[in-house]
Write a protein that binds this ligand. Structure first.
Ligand code: NDP
Length: 326
């Protein structure tokens, strides 16, 4: 354990669009933000190919390129962007205590949580085995689809993510088999239609994954089961993609902050305030409804403004900046 404690005015945890937007606003308000990037610098958007719905990019932009621009913008105003993973917090007292990599201790006047969410897996033993082996299980078609060019793959899920990823894979792979556990999609009509109209995507409705098959090293197929008839069949595949939603990355805050039963942090409606004074939340860590880059960025702005007002109310020497309101 390091024996020096660092004091910061504004600590931002997470480096997606929410975190970087909070940093841009906090930096422009003289809050000297320190931002820890976490294990996936840039957040989920770094695993997205084309972002076409973020205002200001009429031709679209790749997720990684957009995150580099957001980081550069935050650094332009002197945000201290750091590598590191927050492993523990203690919000039980007046001081907000945070530990980085189990070692460095930080005391922060304000904390902005922008830790986002992570992909969920089915939890089957065979899925986890080949995931750990790096043998053909993935939750990110955009990251890993390239490795399956001209192969046959299976994807699980029926939401917008699954449709987007199935469509992406269809452009690379010989065949995509999509497993939908109900008799309909959850995805928006336009996304579902795109999948249905793609020749090399076969959709198996009422179908679940029984087991991921392999040779001990890599995936060779998937045993699927029709949940109406209980019939099973083996589908040939070298890749097994999981696109069944996300879990908020909020475990380290459990016991300190109010959350819903699935771990999304509760915020005061229309604000970035949590139940704890000086602790604010933005982005997917609190949002199970919209989960868009633009909504994350919007709530990042709100979190920084709420933090700025909190500091101004607490410390008469800290002035609310005018730059954020121009
Ligand atoms: P969703 O929660 O919307 O969908 C998850 C899907 O996975 C559901 O169809 C669900 O089935 C299925 N599923 C869950 N668990 C299992 C399981 N154990 N076995 C099989 N299937 C399972 O998550 P998404 O990630 O798709 O989307 C999240 C949010 O992001 C949504 O609001 C979506 O609209 C948005 N989004 C928007 C995009 C865009 O506009 N470009 C792109 C991607 C996401 P069931 O339906 O039966 O519950």
């Amino acid at each position: 354990m390091s024996d020096t404690i660092e004091k910061v005015k504004c600590l931002i945890i997470g480096s997606g669009p929410a975190g970087y937007t909070a940093a841009i606003y906090a930096a422009r308000a003289n809050m000297k933000p320190v931002l820890y990037q976490g294990t996936q610098p840039g957040g989920q958007l770094t695993t997205t190919n084309e972002v076409e719905n973020f205002p200001g990019y009429p031709e679209g932009i790749t997720g990684p390129a957009m995150m580099m621009e957001l980081q550069a913008q935050a650094e332009r105003f002197e945000t201290d962007v750091r590598d590191g993973w927050i492993t523990k917090v203690d919000f039980s007292g007046d001081v907000h205590k945070v530990w980085v990599n189990e070692d460095k201790e930080i005391h922060a006047d304000t904390v902005i949580i922008s830790t986002g969410a992570s992909a969920k897996y089915l939890g089957l033993e065979s899925e986890q085995k080949y995931l750990k082996l790096g043998g053909g299980v993935s939750a990110c078609a955009v990251c890993d689809g390239f490795f399956y060019r001209n192969h046959e793959v299976v994807i699980v899920g029926a939401g917008d993510s699954a449709c987007e990823e199935a469509h992406y894979l269809s452009k690379l792979c010989k065949k995509v088999t999509m497993l939908v556990r109900r008799d309909e999609f959850r995805a928006s009509k336009i996304m579902a239609a795109r999948v249905k109209n793609t020749e090399n995507i076969e959709i198996l409705f009422n179908t679940e994954t029984d087991e991921v098959l392999g040779d001990g090293q890599v995936v060779t197929g998937v045993r699927v089961k029709n949940n109406k008839t209980n019939e099973t069949q083996d589908v040939d595949a070298t890749g097994f993609f999981v696109a069944i939603g996300h879990k908020p990355n909020t475990d380290i805050f459990k016991g300190f902050i109010d959350m819903d039963e699935t771990g999304y942090i509760k915020n005061v409606p229309g604000r970035a305030l949590t139940n704890l004074e000086g602790v604010f939340v933005c982005g997917d860590a609190a949002d199970h409804v919209y989960r868009q880059a633009v909504t994350a960025a919007g709530t990042g702005c709100m979190a920084a403004l709420d933090a700025e007002r909190y500091l101004a109310a607490k410390d008469s020497t800290f002035e609310v900046s005018t730059s954020n309101y121009n």
